[in-house]
Design a protein around this ligand. Sequence first.
Ligand code: SAM
Length: 248
Amino acid sequence: MAIPIFYAPPENRSGDKIALSPAEAHHAVAVMRLKEGSRVMVVDGCGMAARGEIIAATKSRVEIVSHADIRNFGEPSVRLTLAAGLSVGEKFDTVVEKGTELGVRRFVPIISEKSKVKLVEPAKAAARRTRLEKVALAAMKQCRRSYRPDIATPLTLRLFLDETDREDLNLAFLPVEKAQSLDLLKAHAGVSRVNLLVGPESGFSEEETDYILKAGFVPISLGPRILRTETAGPVVTALVMDRLGELK
Ligand code: SAM
């Protein structure tokens, strides 16, 4: 059985000792019935994992000693940003959950002309971001990686294209005639940083599509069937990760 995994941010660590939060401690002791001497892993959300054992356990306090620290535990070697149309309801939660499991490093919610979601007031935007961070944290633990993906503040498509650095590969998934297939990745085996761009429910407008292409993104087709935006984000991530050798 896999060693149970917990989350504790870097500030919970002092030397080789790590304290779990009360919620994580409760889960460890009351739900998982772990005790002093139980072997555990602790990930810090910043790419570091500690393999160790519990040295003190009550229902509200668990202390762990690290026997071995592992940098980039569970992390892919490619750094992938997924910029995807922000959808109504909880569809973007699905994109973040599945994308985290597949190794996305950064999510950028995109607001475009045809987005059903408009730039919301700051308090609502902050609440949404907090919810997405929780989704990413739970998925990080579940899939046993050590980096909690960043969730960017929602950006308009133009701001994203104007202000985001181009990476080694910049792919926009567009159901347009001149789009290429993902076979182009055969020529890019060693890339280390990738931007993927996926549209919202109603897709990008013609002007936006032109802007995306002028901004240096390569148009990619996924074939004749049109995927829902919350399907497209995880699917393109899986396909790209697989073709870059990250799902072996
Ligand atoms: N009617 C919209 C259009 O023509 O763009 C459909 C949008 S689709 C529901 C949402 C997004 O998923 C698209 O903007 C695109 O980024 C991506 N997508 C879905 N199916 C695709 C396909 N077959 N090829 C390329 N991208 C696709």
